[in-house]
Design a protein around this ligand. Structure first.
Ligand SMILES: [Zn+2]
Length: 128
């Protein structure tokens, strides 16, 4: 009997899974058959990816972000890459939002400045 919890193939006589200790009754077997329709999707723990980030990792992330082009690329990789730490993902997305705000504000200021500059030029041109 295949354990519905961890997928271990136990002998039919056992009542509990030898690996994880889950109960192996009729209902459990039905669940196991349903689980067979979604193969290769066991509940694999990803201990490395779900650990809270350490101070050193945050330090490195800020350091990498300080590198002009590399930082931006790494930010996208962290924010949208698969298998990335959820903490790092959220952090990278927050950084990208700040970068976006910075870019938008820069464009606004440039447009504003260009408008003011153009009106000054116009005024000078018409004054002669
Ligand atoms: Zn099991």
């Amino acid at each position: 009997m295949i354990c519905p919890n961890c997928g271990t193939n136990n002998s039919d006589s056992t009542k509990f899974c030898i690996t994880c200790g889950a109960r192996l009754d009729a209902g459990a077997q039905q669940a196991a058959q349903q689980a067979d329709y979604q193969p290769s999707a066991p509940v694999v723990m990803q201990p490395m990816n779900n650990q809270p980030l350490t101070t050193g990792q945050f330090f490195l992330m800020d350091l990498i972000l300080a590198i002009p082009l590399v930082g931006l690329i790494m930010c996208f990789v962290w924010a949208f890459g698969d298998g990335s730490n959820p903490n790092r993902k959220a952090w990278a997305k927050a950084k990208l939002i700040w970068i976006l705000i910075g870019v938008v504000l820069t464009i606004l200021f440039v447009v504003l400045f260009a408008g003011v500059f153009a009106s000054i030029v116009n005024r000078i041109a018409y004054s002669y």
